[in-house]
Design a protein around this ligand. Structure first.
Ligand code: NCD
Length: 333
């Protein structure tokens, strides 16, 4: 590994905080923890790494993959975790302020992983300032603004297929989809690629993100026409739950199905953060270019790598200690 002065990750709050060296460092560490996690000895060893830590998963919005991957990432690292997923069961229902609730959590745990409804989104900014310095915060999705850890796993998934010269297309409800917002902010750290934002005019990505892009990009409305140009196609669903946009659009025009699958490059990759609506027909799952289930798998290991890194366990430390563990416990592979 190249020796560089690397920034520490105290919290994971937004995509802008990651520089390119840190992104590659997370990718390399993800490869390593995946490899170590492939054996029983490796898993047993990883479960000792952070077994003095406790985490709270505070999710005030629905979640399947993000919740389960964080919960299991904590398990893998030996972190004991508890959860609040229904705030009606907490003192929030007695009108406690969010920050008072968070100050309470901070008495019990070391790490708070939060997914926040738009009404609670400000806690992401507030908590790191107001909580005890020992507490680490991870943003597991903040309203329709950001989803930095999904962006990390998406970045890692594309990294596995190579970035150079790629045309990356984002398709669907880009106005309210937080995963696209965060991923675009990560990809802009690279050069030699182009981003295409493909959506009906009323659903285009907002200017606040476009203003931060230094990589080349184009706004496109005709999906079928641009398909042959794309190396990576990142589909998204209509984010109805956020409201604020009743302009109807023909969703079939922004979807992948038997009728347009043959227009894709042979080596294109098709991604989706999931859950999907009608924008990817189930039959597409059998196509070798469909990588969304691979993203789900990567999500677990990227989160293991991220948490390990937040607690100072860099690639070198993990690699060297696991080598020692291999010698002690026998072969790892
Ligand atoms: C995404 C989310 O919650 O923003 N899902 C996820 O975390 N995998 C995407 C979505 O809900 O559309």
């Amino acid at each position: 590994m190249k020796k560089e002065v690397l920034t520490t990750i105290k919290h994971c709050l937004k995509a802008q905080q990651f520089d390119l060296a840190t992104l590659y460092r997370i990718c390399e560490l993800t490869d390593k923890v995946k490899e170590i996690g492939a054996t029983k000895e490796g898993l047993n060893w990883m479960a000792t790494l952070l077994n003095d830590k406790r985490a709270l998963l505070f999710f005030t919005q629905p979640s399947t993959r993000t919740f389960l991957s964080f919960k299991n990432a904590c398990d893998i690292l030996g972190i004991k975790s508890t959860e609040i997923r229904d705030i009606a069961t907490s003192s929030f229902a007695k009108d406690e302020t969010l920050i008072d609730s968070a100050k309470t959590f901070a008495q019990y745990v070391d790490l708070i992983i939060m997914r926040l409804h738009p009404a609670h989104e400000s806690l992401i900014e507030e908590a790191p300032k107001k909580l005890n310095d020992r507490i680490r915060i991870i943003n597991a999705g903040s309203g329709s603004d950001q989803h930095p850890t999904q962006a990390l796993l998406d970045f890692y998934t594309i990294y596995k297929y190579g970035f150079a010269g790629k045309n990356i297309g984002f398709v669907g409800d880009l106005q309210r989809g937080r995963t696209v917002r965060s991923l675009a902010l990560l990809l802009t750290k690279l050069d030699n690629l182009k981003l295409y934002f493909i959506a009906p005019p009323a659903y285009q990505i907002k200017d606040d993100i476009l203003k931060q892009l230094t990589v080349s990009y184009e706004l496109v409305y005709d999906f079928d026409q641009i398909i042959p140009e794309l190396n990576v196609v990142y589909m998204t669903r209509l984010q109805k739950e956020y409201g604020g946009n009743d302009v109807p659009y023909n969703q079939i025009d922004y979807s992948i199905h038997e009728g347009n699958l043959n227009k894709f490059k042979k080596d294109a990759i098709i991604m989706h953060p999931l859950p999907r609506g009608s924008e990817i027909a189930p039959s597409v799952d059998d196509d070798c270019r469909a990588k969304y289930w691979e993203q789900v798998h990567n999500g677990l290991w990227v989160r293991v790598a991220l948490i390990a890194l937040m607690y100072g366990m860099d690639y070198d430390i993990i690699a060297k200690s696991s080598e020692r563990m291999v010698k002690t416990l026998g072969t790892i592979n």
